[in-house]
Write a protein that binds this ligand. Structure first.
Ligand code: UT7
Length: 410
């Protein structure tokens, strides 16, 4: 299949670094069976999951995302100051705002970067990759960080065996850089069908949705799912999305070394392989160890596939996701010909210093914002407020004015 013509001057978005982070704490199927009506046998045979990771009290979507992002930057040899854009795909952000992306941006000191979160459920990473690589292709940015990070176990109803056995926590990230030579993210396809919105949802009480009472009743902020409905949708959409992305990229399925799907259920992966008439060996799966980590599942799987030698330099691969929305998406990629060199000790130390300084800067800036607010506020007790029509001097300006008004000392 011939690759489609590209307009001259367009750049290519190459993946130059990748990294992942998962919590230490493991919850096995047997652990789950101790407090919910399920069994290791049922979970293994119906889903392929053996265990999942659970975020600790001091971990969050943002801290897991940070660790994955730093690992990707370290591998890429990319400094935080080079990054133009950070996109974090997540359905479990620490805050509605500030975005998880802004938190990570501040912590690593990516002072030149724009940052935002993207919500497309389990397809989020593919959406985020497409947004960042389009910006690179169009020439508006040079370097980007794309993160998928989740703490799904914080939105689970632990008494609902239909959902609580499926999900886990973690994060994965890739660093992208513009290049003139062909390769990298070749083509993406994205889709959505809101008529299936009820199949998979996390209600948000703050928008006035009446099914979600703010006191935590009615499943407020808890995930609900029609498992069979999502299963049917997933087995139908994966093959179609992979075929569409490959057509756009001008790549034959035979040329694809590995398909990295969203990790939701081993039976879904096997059904998709059957539909595409390829061996399920050509689909990567690490579901057994992590369960479904939503937007983090594809980048985590990507990192492990590289580590296990399942992806080699210059390989053509496909990432494919599906999930709430309903949403789906696939990306055809060409892996870099040369793997980045291992960061040496000196480079690691330099990065350690940069990250420490960035954290320090972030803390100092936070205090500085407080000082500025303090200086700008409290006008009523400092001196009478001027009429509203006039611009009000802030506390610092009033302080200097008073100093200047003071009679000279004899
Ligand atoms: O990122 C996308 C997120 N979601 C998905 O991808 C989910 C897609 N769906 C699935 O993976 C599967 O539908 C599930 C794993 C959720 C369920 O598997 P299933 O084979 O579709 O089971 P089912 O819902 O048809 O339920 C079969 C039986 C039911 O019992 P009855 O009604 O036959 O007596 C369930 O109550 O299995 C029961 N069941 C369980 N039994 C033990 C459901 N969950 C459990 C459980 N342990 N955890």
């Amino acid at each position: 299949m011939a690759a489609p013509e590209r307009a001259p001057g367009l750049k290519y978005a190459h993946i130059v670094g990748w990294g992942m982070a998962v919590p230490e704490r493991t919850l096995t199927n047997d652990d789950l069976a101790a407090f919910v009506d399920t069994s290791d046998e049922w979970i293994r045979t119906r889903t392929g999951i053996h265990e999942r990771r659970i975020a600790g009290a001091r971990e969050s979507t943002a801290t897991l995302g940070l660790r994955a992002a730093q690992a990707a930057l370290d591998l890429a040899g990319m400094l935080p100051g080079e990054i133009d854009l950070i996109v974090v795909a997540t359905s479990t952000p620490d805050y509605v705002f500030p975005s998880t992306a802004s938190l990570i941006q501040g912590w690593i000191g990516a002072t030149r970067a724009g940052a935002f979160d993207l919500s497309a459920a389990c397809t989020g990473f593919v959406y985020a990759l497409e947004m960042a690589s389009q910006a690179i292709r169009a020439g508006s940015i040079e370097a980007a960080l794309v993160v998928g990070a989740e703490t799904m176990t914080r939105v689970l109803d632990w008494s609902d065996r239909n959902t609580c056995v499926l999900f886990g926590d973690g994060a994965g990230a890739v660093a992208l850089r513009a290049a003139d030579r062909p390769g990298g993210v070749l083509a993406c396809t994205l889709g959505s069908d809101g008529s299936g919105a009820d199949l998979l949802a996390i209600p948000n009480g703050s928008s006035g949705y009446d099914g979600a009472a703010p006191d935590g009743a009615n499943g407020f902020h808890k995930l609900s799912m029609d498992g069979r409905g999502v299963f049917r949708f997933a087995t139908r959409i994966i093959g179609a999305a992979v075929t569409q992305a490959l057509e756009k990229a001008g790549v034959d399925l035979d040329e694809v070394a590995l398909i990295v799907p969203h990790q939701a259920n081993q039976r879904i992966i096997e059904a998709a392989a059957k539909q595409l008439k390829v061996s399920s060996e050509r689909f990567f799966s690490n579901l057994a160890s992590y369960g479904n980590t939503s937007a983090a599942s594809i980048p985590i799987a990507l990192c492990e596939a590289v580590e296990q030698g399942r992806i080699r330099p210059a390989d053509k691969i496909v990432l494919v996701g599906f999930g709430g929305g309903l949403t789906w998406g696939a990306a055809a990629l060409e892996w870099p010909e040369e793997l980045p060199p291992e960061p040496d000790r000196w480079d690691q130390r330099r990065r350690g210093v940069i990250y420490t300084l960035a954290r320090l800067r972030s803390r100092l800036m936070r205090q500085w914002w407080r000082v500025q607010v303090w200086l700008a506020g409290g006008a009523a007790w400092f001196e009478p407020a001027p009429p509203e029509s006039q611009p009000q001097p802030n506390r610092l300006q009033r302080f200097w004015r008073r100093l200047r008004r003071r009679p000279p000392q004899k």
